[in-house]
Structure formats: C-alpha cells, structure tokens
Design a protein around this ligand. Structure first.
Ligand SMILES: [Zn+2]
Length: 345
C-alpha cells in the first residue's frame, strides 16, 4: 500500500480510478505534538530546510496522512517581494506586517534572482530533501504537496486588501498590472518546486472570494484570465484552496484549469459538486476547528464518513490543521476512510 500512495494520489487528482480515496491534507499539517516528537518546531521550521522536511514527514509517518505537505505559512513570496514578516511562534503562523506597494504598482518589478531570495531556497531545499528519500535503494512513493501563495494573495500582501478591492473597481489598470506580475512570480516559483520533485501544489488564494468582498464580475473579468494563464504555464497539478463560503464562485473557479478545488466546511459538498461538475476534483472538508481541533476521534470519523458519502475525491481537512489539534484526531481521518470502505462491503 505504502509504495502506491503517490500513484493513488495522482490518479485521484486527475480523476482516474483509485484504490482508495486518499486521506490527507492539502493545507498546513504542522502541529505542536508533531513538533515535540520530531524536535522540528515553528518558527525555526519555516526557515530551516531540514526541520521543514522533518516536520512535514511526520504528518505522514506519525499522523498517518497519505501525503507530505509543506511549508507552513503563506508568506514566502510576500517576503521575497519586500513585505516585512512576523515569523510567529510555536503555535502561531507567520504573518505579513507591511505592504510595500500600497501606493501602486509603479516600482513593482519581478526580481531577476527571485528563486535565490528570502526563504524560497529553504522551501526548494526541503523539496529536494523530501524527494530524495529512499528505502532499500528505491524512491519512496509518497506524494509531495507544496503549498504556496496564489497571485491574489501575493497582490493583497504587496498592496493590502482594501487597495486591491478599490483598484478592482476604480483603477483596473493597477489591478491588471499587479495580477500580471504576481501571476508571473507564482509561475516561476511553482515550476521551480516541480523541478525539485513536488508532485502537486496547493494554492490557498481565495480569501477575498470566500469572504464575498470581491464582486463576481471582477473575479470573472480580472482574476480568471490570470488563473487560466497560470494553470496553462505551470508544469504539474495545482489545487486551488478557498477559505470561507465560496459557493457562488465555484463554477467560475472550476473553469480556470485547476486540477482540484479544496473547500471549507462552510460549503456544502453536494452544492460544490454540482457547481464544479467534472471540470475539477473536489477536496474537503472536515472542519479543522470544530471537529479536528475540539472534537474526538469519533466525531472526526463521523464527519469524514459524511464527506466520503457526499462524494469527495480526496478526503481532507477543510483548511489548515490548527497547531493544537490532537494527533489522535488527525489519525482518525485515515481510520475513518478505511472503516467507510469496510462498512460499504
Ligand atoms: Zn482555508
């Protein structure tokens, strides 16, 4: 079983037949328990490639998830482009503190040495470490899922959310210039992750869409073309993760070329499946706070089985796993998937 996890995941993401529906997380997996067990804790694991890799691996080897997911923040590209970042603590993720392009895109340039800046080398090195792992001389077949900011997230980090929204309506040329540059940055970084051995990327990028602050016309006319361009130019499967209640926008988002869309528990799986049809695979959506953080293995299992019965293509938390989530609750995801198949027979 172990050696086929990568193949099984790629089959799932491309909509092919699977042995079993994969149970994993496409969003962050670092928890305090895993940090203590591996000696690889935040904030150090955000900048040290060996620690980043060790903590990611623990999500599979200790928590049982059927993929390795890293890094643990959405600030890598923002920092590379000049945003100040607070690196957080052992149980608080890094966050962006400053928005160097809040006046406009005049001085916005894509650095020539983009891939050598900030913590990009850390994530690339961690990818190499994870991809090179072998057992008895053969490569270990566990899917590597790298997380990265999408173009809209980079835009809001560089310019601040309110400016992004105002320019979408009043300065479409500004909006377009930012989206162009941010998309190119994402494409270059994404392809470097695939070159180093990542199997898929997860791009959490729809906070604005999920919060319903962005008018649907802006999404359709000013964001979708860039998502399409990105999906065409990136050399591997991309999962779009959307925080919040994204229901109404799912059809538009599913027309961009993403292999899969990962949704929160605020969205009904049946509604989501109907909206995206067979244009993308559906990933979700066990509640990371109500159930994984505060529930018990039994409540996790009950909710996970509901997701499977509702037709998810990959069983996963609806958003990043909270750092204080008990290990037993994460393990219950895979156990639930196994029980669900046994109960079906
Ligand atoms: Zn989310």
């Amino acid at each position: 079983m172990e050696r086929s996890l990568r193949k099984n995941f790629l089959n799932a993401i491309h909509g092919n037949l699977v042995n079993r529906i994969p149970a994993l997380s496409v969003t962050q997996t670092g928890t305090v328990e895993l940090m203590d067990m591996t000696g690889s804790a935040w904030p150090e694991a955000h900048s040290n490639p060996e620690k980043m890799a060790a903590l990611a691996l623990a999500g599979h080897e200790i928590a049982g998830l059927e993929a390795v997911r890293y890094p643990y923040c959405l600030t890598v590209l923002a920092e590379t482009m000049g945003c100040e970042v607070n690196m957080g603590t052992k149980d608080i993720q890094p966050s962006v503190l400053s928005h160097p392009f809040s006046k406009g895109p005049e001085n916005l340039r894509i650095p020539e040495n983009l891939l050598k800046r900030g913590r990009i080398p850390t994530v690339l090195k961690a990818t190499e470490i994870l991809a090179a792992r072998t057992e008895n001389g053969t490569q270990i077949e566990i899917p590597l899922i790298a997380g990265m900011e999408g173009p809209l997230t980079v835009f809001t980090h560089l310019a601040e959310v309110k400016n992004c929204l105002i320019w979408g309506l009043k300065k479409p040329d500004y909006f377009k210039t930012f989206m162009e540059s941010c998309t190119e940055i994402c494409i270059e970084y994404a392809n470097s992750l695939f070159d180093r051995g990542a199997d898929a990327l997860c791009m959490p990028d729809g906070g604005l869409v999920g919060s319903r602050m962005m008018p649907p016309s802006i999404l359709e006319d000013s964001v979708k073309p860039f998502y399409k361009h990105l999906c065409e130019r990136v050399n591997g499967p991309v999962i779009l993760h959307i925080c919040g209640d994204v229901g109404d926008s799912l059809r538009t988002l599913s027309e961009c070329g993403f292999e899969a869309i990962s949704i929160e528990e605020k969205v009904s799986l049946r509604v989501a499946k109907e909206a995206i049809g067979d244009r993308a695979r559906l990933i979700g959506n066990v509640s990371p706070s109500r159930t994984l953080l505060f529930g018990t293995p039994d409540t996790v299992k009950a909710e996970a089985k509901q997701c499977l019965s509702a037709g998810v293509d990959i069983l996963a938390p609806g958003c990043g796993i909270a750092p204080r989530t008990p290990l037993a609750n994460i393990r219950a995801l895979v156990e639930a998937r196994d029980e669900w198949y046994e109960e079906k027979e």
